[in-house]
Design a binder for this molecule. Structure first.
Ligand SMILES: Cc1ncc(COP(=O)(O)O)c(C=O)c1O
Length: 383
């Protein structure tokens, strides 16, 4: 079965009514025949049929066995970190998403969970950082915003060998492009706010695994901590997933052309895009991802935050906003927006300079997007 057919037909028809669109079960509780005798649902924090449809769908398309839906990507990350205990150590990708860094540093450090950040593009850096306390390896690939790629299979081998949990944040690639569980990861998380939702109209997070004991623990945490996704937002994510592969393919086609255009601009220093043969991890990206994705970052030779600010405020179709992965193009300045919570020195270490601009390439006609960027670059750079 082709991917798109598989996705569309992994969404169950409502068994009660035959409704082809998943019904939104907007309820807090379910009537029981006798105490504890019910149709599989008792209270909507524990389980809800609309959320269950999304959870089963994401489990299928990530090639897992269990999926769990949360109120945000960060709530999904939080649920995975709660698998750990006082004294445990995490090895995490160096240029981790700023919000995950904030969660680990400002919430979990005070509970005695420590983190070592390493450049995971070389898996031996992870191996060398492992201690007897290491209980979790955490990577994003591609990373946000410098699009570094980690070899998932190589890290999975190290993690298995040392019996350490291995989680991949698959937000940037999406399951249309990359399947970390197939490559040996134990857990996958998503900010479903991005490509899975796909329309910049919701905040949601997902966790997927195919290990029953892990599924049981995440289910327990989801219910005990209570950061669940609402029925309506579950429905929106289901609807987004219906067109996921089509969107990711087109986002990638547009982004490839834009990345090639940006490499021609003499005032741009680096263009970070895994689809460019000049990208240092191009080979592994091509091997483990079906599509290079819709996100591009670039920085300026003069590394001026002021000039970068002018560029991001001069585009017309690329709207200045946080987030990514929607049908409409977005542009942002990570040092002042998504990555503001990361200290400047640490930010520079992972390549996020003051002039680094991240764009989320949407589904507009690519010629219009190139004209828009060209105009903003010329206006900001040539005066
Ligand atoms: C890679 C990655 N993971 C997780 C998150 C957090 O997701 P959310 O904003 O849905 O909480 C983000 C948000 O930008 C992200 O980019």
């Amino acid at each position: 079965m082709e991917n798109q057919t598989f996705i569309l037909h992994s969404i169950a028809v409502d068994p009660l009514t035959g409704s082809i669109s998943t019904p939104i079960y907007q309820t807090s509780t379910f009537v029981q025949e006798a105490p504890g005798v019910h149709k599989g649902y008792d209270y909507a924090r524990s389980n809800n049929p609309t959320r269950a449809t999304l959870e089963n769908l994401i489990a299928k398309i990530e090639n897992g066995s269990h999926g769990f839906a949360f109120g945000s990507g960060l709530a999904a990350i939080d649920a995975v970190i709660k698998l750990l205990k006082y004294g445990d150590e995490i090895i995490a990708v160096e240029d981790i998403y700023g919000g995950a860094y904030r969660l680990l540093t400002h919430i979990y450090e005070k509970f005695g969970i420590t983190v070592q950040y390493v450049d995971s593009t070389d898996a031996t850096n992870i191996e060398n950082a492992i201690s007897s306390k290491t209980k979790l390896i955490w990577i994003e690939t591609p990373t946000n915003p410098t699009l570094k790629i980690t070899d998932i299979e190589a890290v999975a081998k190290i993690a298995k060998n040392k019996q350490i949990l291995f989680c991949v944040d698959n937000t940037f690639a999406s399951p249309a492009s990359q399947l970390p569980l197939e490559l040996g990861a134990d857990l996958v998380v998503h900010s479903a706010t991005k490509y899975l939702g796909g329309h910049s109209d919701l905040i949601a997070g997902l966790v997927i695994t195919k290990i029953p004991e892990l599924a049981e623990k995440i289910k327990f945490i989801q219910n005990a901590s209570g950061a669940i996704l609402s029925p309506f937002d579950s429905w929106l994510v289901i609807r987004g997933i219906e067109t996921l592969t089509l969107r990711v393919k087109q986002h990638s086609e547009n982004a490839q052309k834009i990345a090639e255009f940006l490499t021609q601009c003499p005032q741009i220093k680096n263009v970070y895009y895994p689809g460019l043969p000049s990208h240092p991890n191009h080979a592994i990206a091509s091997a483990q991802q079906k599509y290079p994705g819709g996100i591009i970052s670039f920085d300026l030779i003069n590394d001026s935050k002021e000039t970068a600010t002018e560029i991001v405020t001069k585009t017309h179709y690329f709207k200045l906003a946080e987030s990514l992965g929607g049908v409409k193009s977005l542009i942002c300045l990570p040092c002042e927006m998504t990555h503001k919570s990361i200290p400047r020195e640490k930010r520079y270490q992972s390549g996020v300079s003051d002039s680094l601009i991240r764009i989320s390439v949407g589904l507009e006609d690519v010629e219009d997007l190139i004209t828009d960027l060209k105009h903003a670059l010329e206006t900001a750079l040539n005066h």
